[in-house]
Design a protein around this ligand. Structure first.
Ligand code: FE2
Length: 213
């Protein structure tokens, strides 16, 4: 049976005018409502200068946390070897936890009246974490890169947490201490234990004998 409607001949009633109000207004452009680097102060009983300083400092930690988050996904995909399964899962767990930190830091920047860095090219220009190669690397090299990135973030977070506390910005201090520092420290432990060179099956009797135990 031949269908009355085909793609070249839709029903004429569908093409009649009358639905203009329901049509989306596409391709709109206008000036930004807040340029990057400017503060739009909210009533949170904090000095504008304190907000501005903390926004700047948090954006550095945000760019580095986004880079570490993405490095976890890269390593989740590219990991190889006999520890593939556990590292594949561990890297993705840490990716999820870093993603939560990214959101918490970005939203803290917004509520301080600032603008959080967001897009990959801006992150790449800002981060202090060295860029890894596009290719695959061995698992110990992947883990070493991750540990170095964690330490960069932990150093920054400790410094900024203290500055924020001294300036009276307890919310920023709490975010950095309770979430950023504690999460990064815990992840460092889980990674670093993979670089301890202990026997997998046979205990090292030669070393035990040499030490007299
Ligand atoms: Fe996956």
């Amino acid at each position: 049976m031949k269908n009355k409607t085909d793609h070249k001949n839709p029903p004429a009633s569908q093409l009649q005018e009358g639905s203009e109000a329901a049509r989306p207004l596409l391709h709109q452009h206008a000036r930004e409502i807040q340029p990057y680097g400017k503060i739009a102060k909210l009533p949170i009983a904090l000095d504008q200068q304190v907000c501005a300083a903390d926004v700047e400092l948090l954006n550095q930690i945000l760019a580095d946390t986004m880079t570490l988050r993405d490095m976890y996904k890269k390593h989740h995909w590219q990991v190889a070897g006999h520890t593939f399964y556990q590292l594949h899962l561990l890297f993705d767990k840490h990716f999820d936890e870093q993603s939560e930190l990214v959101d918490a830091i970005a939203e803290r920047i917004q509520l301080l009246g600032g603008i959080s860095i967001a897009m990959a090219p801006d992150v790449a220009e800002t981060t202090f974490i060295p860029r890894p190669p596009r290719g695959r690397e061995e698992a110990p090299v992947q883990i070493s890169r991750l540990l170095e990135a964690h330490e960069i973030i932990l150093k920054e977070a400790r410094t900024v947490a203290k500055q924020a506390a001294d300036a009276g910005d307890d919310g920023t201090n709490d975010l950095l201490v309770s979430q950023v520092i504690r999460t990064n420290e815990l992840q460092v432990w889980f990674l670093a234990e993979h670089l301890v060179d202990v026997p997998v099956v046979r205990a090292d009797n030669a070393k035990a004998a040499a030490s007299g135990s």
